[in-house]
Ligand binder design. Sequence first.
Ligand SMILES: [Zn+2]
Length: 212
Amino acid sequence: MSETALRDRVCAVGASLFRRGLTFGSTGNISVRLPDGGWLMTPTNASLGELDPARLTKLDADGHVVAGDKPTKEAFLHRVMYAKRADARAVVHLHSTHSVAVSCLHGIDPHDCLPPLTAYYVMRVGRLPLVPYYPPGDESLARAVEALAGDHHAVLLSNHGPVVAGSSLDNAMYATEELEETARIFLLLGDRATRPLTPAQVEDLRTRLKLA
Ligand SMILES: [Zn+2]
């Protein structure tokens, strides 16, 4: 995809996420890898619902801003994901309500925050680790995400929200949506006795689809 097409796609994805209530205010940020090794990133203090393709931040392959507005303050979340995942072509980070709600729950498994309720969740998200809470922008948050990013394309920041990498912008968006909907289903089920997929069913899916 050309840079112009990628700029338009970032704005279209931002608008779609915003319109459907997956992000609000100036929260959430999106980045995509450019064919030359650099990145496009959503700017700081921008609503994902009203992005201007011409004002997206452009960074070179070394991470220096070369054009556009100042990047999101959460650029480091994107940087560490790309650093650890050579196949990542896009990263989506949202403060999506149901995912954030799960990230605030007491007693969830920090190695895997949500049960494998559906096959699509296993296929799109897989195992979702919880990153301990750090204030936004704290360098310790970058290190904590970096430590998990090699093994996980999706992580959930405690009391904050998900960070999801994908092999394309669409895949990163679909995985983020799958996570949010699974979080919603999980909360909807509440204390009811539920039947997540069994470990054997999860393993079978991983084998069939050659998932990590
Ligand atoms: Zn955030």
